[in-house]
Design a protein around this ligand. Structure first.
Ligand SMILES: *Cc1c(COP(=O)(O)O)cnc(C)c1O
Length: 448
């Protein structure tokens, strides 16, 4: 155990990164890590454009957009200016009983660019909280209309909706930590992951049976449209969404779409649900909302839902985070959306898609590779075995790229500003590292 000095004076030498880096390893939890066997973490000095500069001077081409968020790259002058300007007037005020221009402007924009029926915005402080609020809205809506028994959700295998308890309960029940927390998690219904045939026709038999059988106890269906993200990086066709929407209407079940990962152009359309020409009842946004600058999310709902909740008991939507609608976050979100619309994102995403298709195709011939798939600015190489982060993460850094695989998935979703040479560095690095893995894989496997 480290000795405590009960003083504000730092003992560590912060002039050499290796010094404070060791303290990180000893004291800080990183996402999904184990302190006994920490996977490597790399000290970052700065980030600019699509480049992450490590403390030791090495430069990495960013393939992750810091988990779908940094769509315009890092340290963008327009986004920096938005925060600096907002900082001059106020960094934060409570949203209970007070309001401000950045929040109203952002609400107006979100209502204008999303489905026509979406008319009310709840600002949350993270994606998971936006999902909690969406679930709460659906449940309060059903209670308000006297349908108390409609108190379950229907979700999907391979879904990912966040790490808080309500959100976790609608994540994939097998890879989503359910067994660990089964006694405390609410029990929901799960349909098979959305599937389509090669002609883009969906098979909804199983999910429609579930809805038909259980609709008296289903408040809402929740899913990630077109792209299932962190629960498996799977893509499915728009026809699935169209048919699911029809089922929801037929059986009086709300449709919650979680576009926290797909929103703002990532899947090739501004919002993924637009590919199906449907409208959700409730929509969750996050991640790229602020261009990756600050934590902010939003839950939008139709007027019908907002009005019904408000007429029922207790009448109020029962949520209110301390940092709700933080002005700095709203200001940078406004600047990010403005920049997105001025940036020609559609051509950029299309060009990234084309180059990912050609650049990753060679990976198909590697023995460790199961599948290669691309959708919008998302490229996925699925392996037939889980990667060892201890081995693979330093390999990618040596190749000059920042790519963070999980389980058996090596994937990229670069900032939209990436140029063809930089994107080529990403796809070549994936091929090189996976070739190396193919060469050693049989030996590693025989050790198991
Ligand atoms: C990341 C993500 C979340 C959770 O967002 P956080 O900001 O990490 O809480 C929820 N849903 C989807 C689809 C996501 O990709």
């Amino acid at each position: 155990m480290a000795e405590k000095i009960f003083s504000m004076t730092n003992k560590l030498d912060y002039t050499t990164p290796s010094n404070w880096h060791a303290y990180d390893v000893e004291h800080i939890w990183h996402p999904y890590t184990n302190i006994a066997e920490p996977t490597p973490v790399f000290p970052v000095a700065s980030a600019q454009g699509v480049t992450i500069r490590l403390a030791d001077g090495r430069e990495l081409v960013d393939g992750m957009s810091s988990w779908w968020a940094a769509i315009h790259g890092y340290n963008h002058p327009a986004l920096n200016a938005a925060i600096e300007t907002q900082l001059q007037s106020m960094s934060h005020v409570m949203f209970g009983g007070l309001t401000h221009e950045p929040a109203v402007r952002l609400a107006e924009t979100l209502i204008n660019i999303t489905a026509e029926s979406l008319q009310y915005v709840f600002f949350a402080d993270s994606g998971s909280v936006a999902v909690e609020v969406a679930i709460k809205m659906a449940l309060q809506y059903q209670v308000a209309r006297g349908k108390k028994n409609k108190n379950r959700l229907l979700s999907f295998r391979n879904a990912y909706h966040g790490d808080t308890f309500g959100a976790m309960a609608v994540c994939d029940p097998v890879n989503g930590m359910h067994s660990l927390f089964s006694d405390v998690l609410p029990q929901h219904y799960f349909a098979d992951a959305p599937e389509c045939n090669n002609q883009g026709v969906a098979d909804v038999r199983q999910v429609s049976q579930l809805i038909e059988q259980h609709h008296p106890s289903i408040a809402a269906v929740i899913l990630e449209p077109i792209v299932q993200g962190a629960g498996g990086m799977r893509f499915y066709c728009a026809d699935y969404l169209r048919q699911l929407k029809a089922l929801c209407e037929q059986y009086d079940v709300l449709l919650i779409l979680d576009e926290i990962a797909t929103g703002f152009g990532r899947s090739g359309s501004l919002f993924a649900y637009q590919q199906a020409s449907i409208e959700p009842d409730i929509l969750c946004l996050g991640k790229a909302l602020t261009g990756g600058y600050m934590s902010l999310a939003a839950t939008l709902s139709s007027e019908k839902i907002a009005a019904t909740i408000s007429q029922g008991e207790p009448g109020n939507l029962m949520h209110g985070p301390t940092f709700m609608a933080n002005p700095l976050a709203c200001a940078v979100a406004n600047a990010s959306i403005d920049l997105l619309f001025r940036s020609g994102w559609q051509q950029r995403v299309n060009a990234i898609e084309e180059q990912l298709i050609t650049g990753l195709a060679v990976c198909k011939k590697l023995a460790v590779v199961n599948d290669v798939r691309v959708k919008g600015a998302i490229g996925v190489v699925e392996l037939n075995q889980a990667v060892d982060l201890h081995w693979i993460q330093p390999r990618f850094v040596e190749q000059g790229v920042w790519i963070r695989p999980f389980n058996n998935l090596v994937y990229v979703m670069p900032p939209y500003i990436i140029n063809p040479e930089e994107l080529k560095q990403l796809t070549s690095a994936i091929y090189n590292v996976l070739s190396e893995m193919t060469a050693i894989a049989p030996r590693e496997l025989s050790n198991c």
